[in-house]
Design a binder for this molecule. Sequence first.
Ligand SMILES: Cc1cc2nc3c(=O)[nH]c(=O)nc-3n(C[C@H](O)[C@H](O)[C@H](O)COP(=O)(O)OP(=O)(O)OC[C@H]3O[C@@H](n4cnc5c(N)ncnc54)[C@H](O)[C@@H]3O)c2cc1C
Length: 341
Amino acid sequence: MEIKQNISLKNRNTFGIDVFADKLVDYYSIEELQDFIRCRVADGDTSPLLHIGGGSNLLFLKDFHGTILHSCIQGINVTADEGDNIYVRVGAGIRWDAWVQYAIDSSWFGLENLSAIPGEVGASAIQNIGAYGSEAKDFILYVDCVDLETGDIRHFCRAECEYGYRDSIFKNVVSGRYAVTHVHFQLSHSFRPNIEYGGIRAALQEQGIKEWDLSPAMLRQTIIHLRQQKLPDPNVCGNAGSFFKNPIISYEDWAKLLENCPDAPHYELETGVKVPAAWLIEQCGWKGRSLGKAGVYANQPLVLVNNGDAQGKDIAALSKAIQDDVAKHFGITLETEVCFV
Ligand SMILES: Cc1cc2nc3c(=O)[nH]c(=O)nc-3n(C[C@H](O)[C@H](O)[C@H](O)COP(=O)(O)OP(=O)(O)OC[C@H]3O[C@@H](n4cnc5c(N)ncnc54)[C@H](O)[C@@H]3O)c2cc1C
């Protein structure tokens, strides 16, 4: 376990916001985390705790007066291999994309469309990360956790995780209560490419790749290429990916929107109509614009960027201005995907 006091979190969040935490604890095993929690309970320490991963979905608004926990738990272990299915337990501290690469190299398939998403394996189970028609929940069997109040171990099966769009029980009723230590995935020995979403088919055609020649590695490279065209690299330009969720509106509200905007892009769902937040933001004239040190990325208006030395409050002010404009023009509330701390 490594404990640092009064430490800058600038390198621990992809927005690059320079805030300080009273204490930062990097732990390397379940036992280390349990020791830490049990000592804390014994000392009667009730100061705030926050568990982070790679900080790629966080916006720090101020210094954190408490302890930041971070898992460095490694390990990729096959727990069962039955017919077409392979079951794998993966440490929470492994970089998500390193796991995707490892799975493809091992001929375990399913995660190809989730290539190049920043962050760590632990957070994938909290966030239900998704891209190009796939979501983490499609492959998660269960999640191993440590209760941050008692140090006890608790397992959540997929149904108990209550997964939704970028959502889970860990972001709702049990928010902040559990540290994810391992995630159990069910992958397949058969490669079944999913190329119907977000320009994958067109990108394959451009490269002259026929569907029957497509390998998992080629699909991964295509996804990486598509993402690089749209998304800024956090090492070059601070950001946290999509800042807002795509709103889902009722069919009644959709009918009203259509009267003024007959060409509005949309996806019909059972629960309502999903309207791309990027389109709403662009219609309000925010694409490529800045407010102080915070900006809207020109290639993808769903992404807010740190133009250099921005503070959390600068990004939050831009977010609020966009939400207000979208509400004024369309009567639609944009919910943030990024967690404000
Ligand atoms: C350029 C860019 C592109 C992105 N593209 C996508 C995308 O395509 N799809 C998508 O879904 N997301 C995307 N994201 C968002 C982000 O990558 C995901 O939300 C990711 O899962 C966050 O992982 P993290 O390890 O950085 O978690 P953090 O941002 O550090 O934390 C996220 C949440 O998880 C909690 N948490 C993290 N680790 C643990 C743990 N071990 N135990 C308990 N709680 C924990 C935190 O408390 C917080 O609530 C993108 C981000 C960037 C910067």
